[in-house]
Design a protein around this ligand. Structure first.
Ligand code: SF4
Length: 376
């Protein structure tokens, strides 16, 4: 799915953040008009900017992006950022349940299977952009993700954005992916408590019951201790926590032990998500270290998940294919892959269970299990 397009910019000095509309009569604050017809000066004057498939028209001295190949990927009400170089990024899609805000690309971990490898550069402009995006998000938004990098590295800006989300979108479920390490500092967790209430769930990875394995997977010495401290600090404030475990060759050997560790030491977590590997970012480079066919870890996965389920903990299996999932885990199977990167393989065309199956990440076209078997 396309989330970015580009045209020829005219009269745009600073980025414009706005909702898109196809209706020339729909002028409201922070709106851009999408035009696939010849420009009419009396109409365009009402909008923050115009996006058009037409060629540059010298007679209009107006913020515009011309010669955009198409805008088929945009829907009425989607939120875009239009930049001075003519790039138009889609930042929020009204029809999607998978919207997320990438707070920063910086991270203090460097996981071997990171799908969005961190970039160590100052990018607080993203937070400033989101300060303009968040008030435009429809008030009936039900789900919004926060991701990174490591969002907490924004420090006070992280809390400013959470406060804004909390006041603008009080009804939305907010899911924030974080390595949890920043919460080892009580002051930091205390500030979180002031910023946002119970509609926030923190998704925190824990890859083993051993610091040696966890720290190796995340490529950061001391990360295991900090994450555990963070989890306990968050528990003190009754924060909602999801533990996330990515399934690969380094995490499978201790998976059964990890499940028991979570039950004994982290019984306060609300949800444990077991997640298939995404062939993206660092993973292709580390595939020899990471790849294990889901068929080959079925026994360990069933043991770990069913143990936690038996103990009354809430569990889910994400990013997996139904034909590779043991039947006893089907009750916990979720179609979880974000719509904009979710595909099925040609072999899936004949599968009778495709509607129930979550399919693949788009990157799986390049690499996937050899054991995909359509149901008859
Ligand atoms: S064959 Fe394809 S659609 Fe069917 S269960 Fe397997 S991955 Fe899913």
């Amino acid at each position: 799915m396309k989330l970015k397009t580009k045209g020829v910019a005219c009269c745009i000095d600073n980025s414009i953040v706005a909702r898109v509309t196809f209706d020339p009569l729909q002028k409201s604050e922070s709106t851009v008009l999408l035009v696939s017809d010849r420009l009419d000066a009396s109409v365009i004057a009402n909008f923050d900017a115009i996006i058009t498939t037409w060629p540059l028209d010298e007679q209009f001295d107006y913020p515009s992006v011309y010669e955009v190949p198409d805008f088929d990927h945009l829907e009425e009400g989607d939120i875009v950022a239009i930049h001075s170089d003519g790039i138009i990024n889609t930042l929020y899609r009204v029809r999607s349940q998978h919207n997320f805000l990438l707070f920063t690309e910086r991270c203090n971990s460097n996981c071997l299977m990171c799908s969005q490898p961190p970039r160590d550069k100052e990018d607080s402009h993203l937070a400033q952009l989101y300060k303009r995006v968040i008030p435009l998000i429809p008030k009936d938004c039900t789900d919004l993700g926060i991701t990174g990098g490591e969002p907490t590295l924004l420090g006070n800006l992280f809390f400013e954005l959470l406060i804004l989300i909390s006041s603008e979108l009080p009804l939305a479920n907010i899911h924030c992916l974080t390595n949890g390490r920043s919460f080892a500092w009580p002051d930091f967790t205390y500030k979180l408590n002031d910023a946002i209430g119970g509609n926030l769930v923190l998704g925190i990875p824990l890859y083993a019951d051993s610091y040696l394995v966890h720290d190796y997977v995340v490529q950061a010495k001391g990360a295991f201790d900090q994450t555990l401290l963070g989890l306990y600090q968050l528990a003190r404030f009754n924060r909602r926590i999801e533990i996330r475990i990515v399934l690969h060759k380094l995490t499978i050997p201790r998976l059964k032990k990890l499940a028991r560790f979570i039950y004994r030491n982290l019984p306060f977590v609300e949800h444990v998500a077991f997640m298939g590997l995404e062939y993206q970012g660092y993973t292709p480079h580390n595939i020899d270290k990471l790849w294990i066919d889901p068929k080959d870890y079925a026994e360990e996965l069933s043991d770990a998940m069913l143990f936690l389920a038996d103990m009354g903990m809430q569990i889910s299996l994400y990013n997996s294919q139904l034909c590779l999932t043991p039947k006893e885990l089907w009750p916990f199977y979720k179609r979880s892959i974000s719509d904009w990167k979710n595909i099925y393989l040609p072999i899936c065309d004949s599968c009778s269970m495709q509607d129930e199956c979550g399919g693949f990440f788009a990157s799986s076209l390049k690499f996937h299990s050899n054991n995909i078997t359509p149901f008859i």
